[in-house]
Design a protein around this ligand. Structure first.
Ligand code: MEV
Length: 319
């Protein structure tokens, strides 16, 4: 079949537990947000190709640095499809903001890879799609754990460790409120910061990372037994440890404090940190509404509420 317009889709993700420690081989739990989509469209062309996304449109050769993983994604997918160097007009459309710990970079790379493969009618296994996304993500994040690449194309919450993902049998039986601090966080920078601290103070940082790993293991038990109180307490503990690692900031701390003050069972930053989003756990829909309101009052720029069991987004406020 001749090359044609191709489409690809991935979704946003949140890391419930294990950001940063996952880079050091510890387990993590992440959840796809199936209603916040990243959509890519790719049109093969004779020319050098164009890029359109994040409010920028222009020749692909002049794409700013923030598009580096998308450009790499198109390159590795064209190679894989047997059309190295193919001219492509690429556009991405996102239902969630970039640089907020919601997996925008892995989601964009994954969607573009799927669109390129669709355009050239090239099948790929989930493992091949993961490897291609990782190759593209390496440009953006250095040495990504692979958690974002997995979670942005998952159907259900995943347990992830050392490159291996398994579906979790149990989803949290509670409401999750997600709040955007409005501050951009660079995962490359925060991962680099933790690495520098790890090299300078290995004993202290190893102990903190080990505790984050244990927390994830404990949460697997909480999920199995339906202990949402325990899970909430571990969320807040994890936030404190991430703060000690130096990846929180005053806005994220203020959002966590506001959530707890409004009755959340626990709250923490999610993703790379020093900006981006916090997540808060609420026992009931009413509690989730109170937490959401408190987060908006404390300066959140956008909020999303994730209902238990069905996994549907219950509501959305974007300011
Ligand atoms: C970023 O969403 C998650 C980090 O753990 C980095 C990674 O897993 O590669 C901070």
């Amino acid at each position: 079949m001749a090359p044609h317009v191709g489409h690809g889709q991935t979704v946003a993700k949140i890391i419930l537990f294990g950001e940063h420690s996952v880079v050091y081989g510890h387990p993590a739990i992440a959840m796809p947000l199936r209603t916040l989509r990243m959509i890519a469209r790719v049109e093969p062309t004779d020319g050098p190709g164009t890029l359109s996304g994040l409010g920028w449109t222009g020749p692909i050769t002049e794409a700013p640095a923030r598009f580096s993983s998308i450009v790499k994604a198109a390159e590795v997918a064209s190679d894989f499809a047997g059309h190295p160097g193919a001219g492509l007009n690429i556009s991405t459309e996102s239902e969630f903001p970039p640089e907020r710990g919601l997996g925008s970079s892995a989601a964009a790379a994954g969607a573009v890879i799927r669109a390129v493969l669709d355009a050239f009618d090239t099948p790929a296994t989930p493992r091949e799609l993961f490897d291609l996304t990782q190759e593209a993500e390496t440009v953006a994040h250095g040495r990504p754990s692979g958690l974002d690449a997995v979670a942005t194309s998952a159907e259900a919450p995943v347990h992830f460790q050392a490159g291996q993902a398994t579906d979790l049998e149990f989803s949290p039986d509670a409401w999750i409120v997600i709040a955007d601090s409005g501050v951009e966080g660079s995962t490359r920078e925060t991962v680099g910061h933790v690495r520098a601290r790890f090299e300078a103070e290995p004993d202290i940082i190893t102990a903190l990372l080990n505790r984050l790993g244990e927390i994830t293991d404990e949460v697997v038990v909480d999920l199995r037994t339906g202990d949402v109180q325990g899970m909430g307490a571990r969320m807040t503990e994890a936030h404190g440890i991430l703060g000690q690692l130096g990846v929180s900031n005053t806005q994220l701390d203020a959002l966590v404090t506001a959530s707890l003050g409004a009755g959340a069972l626990g709250a923490k930053l999610t993703g790379g940190g020093r900006g981006g989003c916090v997540i808060a756990l609420a026992a009931t829909e009413e509690d989730a509404e109170n937490v959401e309101k408190a987060l908006v009052d404390a300066g959140a720029r956008g909020t999303w509420v994730h209902a238990p069991a069905t996994g549907q987004m219950a509501g959305e406020v974007m300011q």
